[in-house]
Design a binder for this molecule. Structure first.
Ligand SMILES: [Mg+2]
Length: 145
């Protein structure tokens, strides 16, 4: 086997948790912009099952319906933004990890995101390494607590 093939196999193995466990965690991706969803889906679809919401109202609905393991929550969405959706979910007692996806860069905005009930946030433009790391971190934390 050529070296680059070995690397590819190792990477695919690491990427795909279901390879080992037979189980793919379900992630609810709340994202109104198609191109952003496509990017996120390309990064995550090997290792996770994904369901998409296109606004905050749908995010609240689908979280109740699908009981995902984690939510990726875009902050700027039409009808209901990600912060409001997160507040509603927390008020309903939903405790799963919620990671905000945001273009906001200021401390003040980060604090508002965390105060709304998000566990963490990822800045746009999305880095695939950071996205995967944060998701793994919060899913692992959830499974040991
Ligand atoms: Mg948006």
């Amino acid at each position: 086997m050529a070296d680059n093939e070995k690397e590819k196999t190792a990477e695919a193995f690491q990427d795909d948790i279901s390879y080992v466990t037979g189980y793919k965690p379900l992630i609810l991706v709340a994202e109104d912009t198609d191109s952003n969803f496509l990017l996120i889906s390309t990064i995550l679809k090997k290792a996770y099952k994904l369901v998409r919401a296109v606004n905050g109202i749908e995010a609240v609905d689908l979280a109740g319906q699908y009981r995902p393991d984690l939510i990726l929550m875009d902050i700027r969405m039409p009808h209901m933004d990600g912060m409001e959706a997160t507040r509603i979910l927390r008020n309903k007692g939903i405790e799963i990890p919620i990671i905000a996806v945001t273009a906001f860069a200021f401390d003040q905005d980060r604090n508002r995101i965390l105060e709304a009930g998000c566990n963490d946030y990822i800045a746009k433009p999305i880095s695939s390494v950071i996205l995967k790391d944060k998701i793994q971190y919060w899913l692992n934390k959830e499974s040991v607590s």
